[in-house]
Design a protein around this ligand. Structure first.
Ligand code: BTN
Length: 246
């Protein structure tokens, strides 16, 4: 069962949810949503911009105790698939950009920041932070290429409806993961929806710029790119490779 706790203002729903997770017996699928998030955390220590009341900024507490650390990327997959599904009901051209962004065309509509607690070899708690650009018309921070549903549809969307749809999808996918049946479908669906899969594109790694083609994501969630010149397969952890977009 989902429990949604709405806060008028929080610095960061992820920080708040992590505090709750540490301090109390907060139930799985408790959701902390901020109408105004003032210090939103993005990946790589970036700031997540969100105008008061215009977007979805929320964090879902999960307890994926069944998931070994080595398979923690499965959580990103189910979160991204849920977001993909809900956004695809509204706009075309939605893709999942590894490791856990949602893009429409070459623009980012949704960011995900998952922070895990670990006990032994498994995850004990997880805070899934989601920022979805919904009704914001203009973006001011230096975040590269943001886009909102409003900019794509030229009309406002209902935030409560969107949130419930995302949580519904997430519950469904998470159950597949928990039960452990037909988990391969998650891998197949994820790959099918992956941004730039099978396309020759520009990337940059520690060796510099190169042309490559994404061929997959391995068991532990690393991105596998075939380098064009040498034909070699290169495997990357998050932050070890960047996409060069227009
Ligand atoms: C990214 O950089 O793409 C990840 C952005 C994640 C933003 C969300 S908004 C709700 C939750 N609370 C935070 O402080 N960050 C996440």
């Amino acid at each position: 069962m989902v429990l949604i706790k709405i806060h008028e203002e929080l610095p960061s729903t992820n920080v708040y949810a992590l505090e709750q997770l540490r301090a109390s017996d907060v139930e799985e699928f408790t959701v902390f949503r901020a109408i105004n998030q003032t210090l939103g955390k993005g990946q790589k220590g970036n700031f997540w911009e969100s105008e008061r009341g215009k977007n979805l900024t929320f964090s879902v507490v999960l307890r994926p105790v069944f998931l070994p650390i080595s398979r923690q990327y499965m959580l990103s997959k189910v979160v991204c698939l849920s977001l993909f599904e809900v956004l695809s009901r509204r706009v075309s051209g939605v893709k999942i950009k590894w490791p856990n962004d949602i893009y429409v065309g070459e623009k980012k509509i949704c960011g995900v920041l998952i922070e895990n607690q670990i006990r032994g070899t498994c995850l004990s708690g997880s805070v899934v932070g989601i920022g979805m650009n919904v009704n914001q018309e203009l973006f001011f921070s230096d975040a590269p290429n943001p886009v909102s549903l409003y900019q794509l549809l030229l009309r406002e969307s209902n935030l409560d409806e969107l949130l419930l749809e995302v949580l519904n999808c997430l519950e469904r996918y998470y159950e597949v993961l928990r039960v452990g049946e037909r988990v391969e479908d998650i891998d197949v669906d994820f790959l099918e929806r992956l941004f730039q899969l099978g396309e020759w594109c520009d990337y940059r790694d520690e060796g510099g710029l190169f042309v490559g083609k994404i061929v997959g994501v391995n068991e532990i969630g690393q991105l596998v790119i075939k380098e064009q010149q040498s034909g070699e397969l290169r495997v990357y952890h998050f932050k070890e490779v960047s996409y060069i977009l227009n």
